[in-house]
Design a protein around this ligand. Structure first.
Ligand SMILES: Nc1ncnc2c1ncn2[C@@H]1O[C@H](COP(=O)(O)OP(=O)(O)O)[C@@H](O)[C@H]1O
Ligand SMILES: [Mg+2]
Length: 267
């Protein structure tokens, strides 16, 4: 409270003024301060909306047996592998990929190798890091579950609408993990038989539309985990689909050969 202002008041009013006027002079915001406050509010609202939108995509995920998995880079333990050096190098490659996408924009990633070696785990770690560093939305699609959904769609209306929602999310989401891509093609021995017809036509159509919508977009990253070779994948799907989804860039292909089955070792 301004003392000289108090002094100027009649004695009888001074005490009243001391009790009722604020200690500090009332601050009327300048137009610049008001603009800044509005910008801050709008930033907060945008962030809230992004978070909600991200939740909508994640919610459309198709998890193996319906059970969500979470894994971050902090969970990656090279000492789970007999070849720790190689396991550390693989973890570092995945980390570098996430950093590169944060800096330069999206590209496709492929994690290749046998079951239990950590492909799904590192795919999840990359998605988690991009969510943290870039506020990118992400979702997880088990191709086995997607195949079941596609094959069930003729039976029920709710399956049809669920599939439509999943497909839309798959085209729009920033980071799409296509897990165990290729298992929907069946046994390798069958894939290589002459006359093998490939994946269900409806599944091919869906993958084609998703692949096309995401192809070469700065904010669309498709991460594939697979234990099939590119040749096998090209027998399961039209090669046009494979070329749009499975990168041939060595820096973006993480090869898990030399890694052991952690699941089997832990029993
Ligand atoms: N280096 C690692 N550090 C910690 N956990 C690991 C590691 N490698 C594999 N795992 C664990 O082993 C199991 C199998 O890994 P997963 O990522 O599902 O393998 P894949 O997708 O290759 O079949 C998971 O429970 C996973 O969390
Ligand atoms: Mg897996």
């Amino acid at each position: 409270m301004n003392e000289s202002l108090l002094e100027s008041l009649p004695v009888g009013l001074r005490e009243l003024a001391r009790q009722h006027l604020p200690d500090k002079p009332v601050h009327i915001p300048t137009p610049e301060e008001r603009d800044e406050r509005e910008r801050e509010l709008s930033r907060r609202l945008t962030k809230q909306m992004e978070t909600q939108k991200a939740m909508v995509y994640l919610d459309k995920s198709l998890w193996p047996a319906g059970i969500p998995i979470s894994f971050t880079f902090g969970d990656w333990k090279p000492n789970k592998q007999p070849d720790q050096e190689r396991a550390r190098a693989i973890g570092n490659q995945a980390w570098t990929i996430a950093k590169e996408a944060t800096k330069n924009g999206a590209f496709n990633v492929a994690l290749l190798g046998s079951p239990g070696t950590g492909k799904t785990s590192l795919a999840l770690a990359i998605a988690d890091k991009l969510k943290q560093d870039k506020s990118w939305s992400w979702m997880f699609v088990s191709t086995t579950e997607l195949k079941s959904l596609v094959e069930a769609q003729f039976d029920a209306y709710d399956v049809k609408s669920k599939l439509a929602n999943v497909k839309r999310a798959m085209t729009e989401v920033n980071v799409l993990i296509l897990d165990d891509f290729g298992t929907e093609g069946g046994l390798v021995s069958r894939i290589n038989e002459p006359g093998y017809k490939g994946a269900h036509a409806k599944l091919q159509q869906l993958m084609y539309e998703v692949a096309n919508a995401r192809y070469n977009k700065q904010d669309k990253m498709t991460i594939i985990t697979t234990n099939n070779t590119t040749q096998e994948l090209e027998r399961i799907y039209d090669p046009k689909i494979i070329s749009r989804l499975v990168t041939q860039n060595k820096a973006h292909r993480i090869a898990f050969n030399g890694m052991s089955d952690v699941r089997a070792m832990e029993g």
